[in-house]
Each structure stands twice: as C-alpha cells, then as structure tokens.
Design a protein around this ligand. Sequence first.
Ligand SMILES: Cc1cc2nc3c(=O)[nH]c(=O)nc-3n(C[C@H](O)[C@H](O)[C@H](O)COP(=O)(O)OP(=O)(O)OC[C@H]3O[C@@H](n4cnc5c(N)ncnc54)[C@H](O)[C@@H]3O)c2cc1C
Length: 385
Amino acid sequence: MTAHTLGQTLVPPDVAGPGPAADLNERVRALVKAELAPLTDAIDKGQTYPADVLRKLGGLGAWSSHLPVDGTADLRAAIAAMSAIGECCGATAFMAWCQDTLAWYVANTDNATLKAYLLDRVASGATLGGTGLSNPMKAFFGIETLKLKGRRVEGGYMVRGTLPWVSNLGPDHLFGTIFELEDKPGETVMFVADCAAKGIVLQACPQFLAMDGTGTFAVHFRDAFIPDALVLAAPAAPFVKKIRAGFILLQAGMAFGVIRDSIAIMKSVRSSLGHINAYLAPEHQPEAFEAMLAEEEAAAMALAATPYDPTDAYWEAVVAARLRLGEAAVAAAHAAMLHCGARGYLKGHRAQRRLREAYFVAIVTPATKQLKKMLSDHKKEAAGQ
Ligand SMILES: Cc1cc2nc3c(=O)[nH]c(=O)nc-3n(C[C@H](O)[C@H](O)[C@H](O)COP(=O)(O)OP(=O)(O)OC[C@H]3O[C@@H](n4cnc5c(N)ncnc54)[C@H](O)[C@@H]3O)c2cc1C
C-alpha cells in the first residue's frame, strides 16, 4: 500500500493499518474537525490565535512523532499530521510546522541541559513556539547578512538586532534562531530565545494577505542576555547542516494540505459546473492534481524517512522536492479558483483563502527564488565552477 492509496489519511506506508502513526492521524483529524474547523475563518482574519488547539494537538503527539530516537528520525507521521491540519487551515498547518521545527531543534542539540529543560515541554505542546531561521537561512546561502549580532559575556551572550517576522509567538513562547559574533564575523551561534526574557520585545506586524492568526511578530533583541543554557549549537553551521533537511521537508505538510483541499474544492463544483469546467486545460483538472499529489507524496515521504542523510544527492533532492511543492500548491489553488468562478471569488469562500495560503507556501523561507538559487549554486559546485 502506498501513501497515496491511503487517500485522506496519508500515513506512512510502512505503518499503515493499526499503529501509532495511523492512530495519530485519526486523532488529529478528529480534533481538527471538532475544534479547528470552527475557528478557521477567525484565524484567517487574524481574530484568533488557536493556542488551545495547538496545545491539544501536542497532547495527542502531533509535535513529537518526528523526534530522533537512538540517532534516527522519521518525519513522515509529522508531515501526515500537518497535512491533515492543512486540509482544514493553512495558517494552522504553518503553526504546526513552527512547533515541529522548534521541537526538532531542541531534540537535536548536544546541550543536555537545554534538552532536559525544554524537550518534553515543547514536544508535548505545553510550551509553544517557532523558528526565526529565515534570515539565517538566507544568510547561509549568500542572499543577505545576519540580522542578529552577539558578544560573549560571562555565562552567555548579549544579543542585538531585529528579526522582521517570527510566527507562533506570544508572551510566553520560545523560538530558535541564530546570531553572528560581533568580533568574529562569520562565526555563528544558534539558540532558543525566550519571548518573556528581558530585552526581547515583540512588535505586532502590519496586516498580511493571509496567516494573520499565526502569532507573527517582529522581534527586537535589545541587549538581550542569552544564557549558555539556551545555546543550541556554537558554532551553528554544523548544527544547521544536520537539521536543515528536516526544516525543509516538514514544510511538505503545509503544501499537501492546501493541494488536497484544492482538489476537493474542484470536485465539489463538478455537479453544477462540470459541463463548463471540462473546457479548462487537462493540467487544471482535479485528476491531474491527484496524480501529481500521489507522485509528490511518494517522493517527499521517501525523503522524510531519512532526514539525516548527509549526501549531496539527498540534499539536492530535498531542495528540488520543496521547490516543486511550493509551485504545486499555487497551481492547485489557482485551478480551484478557476473551477469555482464567481462563488470562489466571494470573501467567505475557502477557494480564495486557499490561494492566499498557497502563496505563503511558495514564499516562506526557503522561498521559490531561494530554492532556485540553491539548486543553481549546487549544480555549479558539482560542475566545479
Ligand atoms: C506571515 C509571515 C510569517 C512569517 N513567519 C516567519 C517565521 O516564523 N520565521 C522566520 O524566520 N521567518 C518568517 N517569515 C519570513 C519568511 O519566511 C520569508 O523570509 C519572507 O516571506 C521573505 O522571504 P524572501 O526570501 O521572499 O525574501 P524577500 O521578500 O525578497 O526579502 C528579503 C529581505 O528584505 C527585507 N524585507 C522585505 N520586506 C520587508 C518588510 N516588510 N519588513 C521588513 N523587512 C523586509 C528583509 O530583510 C527580508 O529578509 C514570515 C513571513 C510572513 C509573510
């Protein structure tokens, strides 16, 4: 049985049938239907940040299935759970990614103090949070410079600078990010920032096109003290190399959710508009997206089973898969709009929400343009240029 033939459940193929991953997926779906679906519009409008739902999802195990055990990790059940969330609400799927990613950082650190202090809290959803790695990810791939600077002081570092957007935050939330040492340019430290700490200030962002209920803030570090106990890795670069495939692959859950619901939207108008929608291009038909989704799920799930694979070929495949998923999410949501016509253009219809959410999949770091640069750089390196 493949991930595709499992249809709505999308559980990893080798744990299909009764088992922990299938159970997790069923429990996530039930909670999404009962507690997330009624909030989706308010989340989209930025009126609600669904902290309770995120905590309950954590209680079900949604933020812990991907964490390493004895040096191996499998992201497939986490991606499947995120996809189930994303079928209902793209913004919450993004918050799921934020939480999963924070847990991924904490679980992979060699800092035993930090792990003992935070892993259970983050993996269970008792403590919520996210990741401020967009700027560092762009910096590591030569797109911009690091925005946070730090200097060594007794027992830790003092950090200054601003990150323009970090999501899944609130006054008692945490997130992982990176600063550069002021006196050693190029040397970086990855750490967990505590939003409640002195010198860390959250500032509300202007309204977005979507994702407004995601607890997204600009974060100012004004000589914030970061104790050694909250350092994930110093230097950061080898740690980033270890966690980067997981960071990127987990985003597949956001894309699958949007694509799957876009297909459902196209099919839902078939009885009333099928006679005219049949004139849309073959590649804009739901069956074409189903076939594409099956291929992309199989490809992403195969990669997600081995997130520590250190080979260049694996990394290139991860980047290429992520690029395709951003483009596929936008294409599917675009086709759903064409199928729906005027009814999808109504503000209350979810087709237009799906389109706005899909653009986010394509622009969240690593954005389409960054992924293309990464692939181009990788090819040049391989060719020795
Ligand atoms: C709703 C939302 C939530 C996000 N959540 C997170 C998160 O949780 N963690 C995280 O690390 N990143 C987050 N980001 C950032 C996101 O991942 C991307 O980095 C961002 O969308 C831009 O990526 P890009 O590669 O297209 O860069 P570009 O848009 O090309 O931008 C390059 C640089 O231009 C500057 N810039 C552009 N527009 C602005 C602006 N309005 N204000 C300030 N500076 C600007 C910034 O320095 C930016 O890095 C979020 C963005 C949005 C819109």
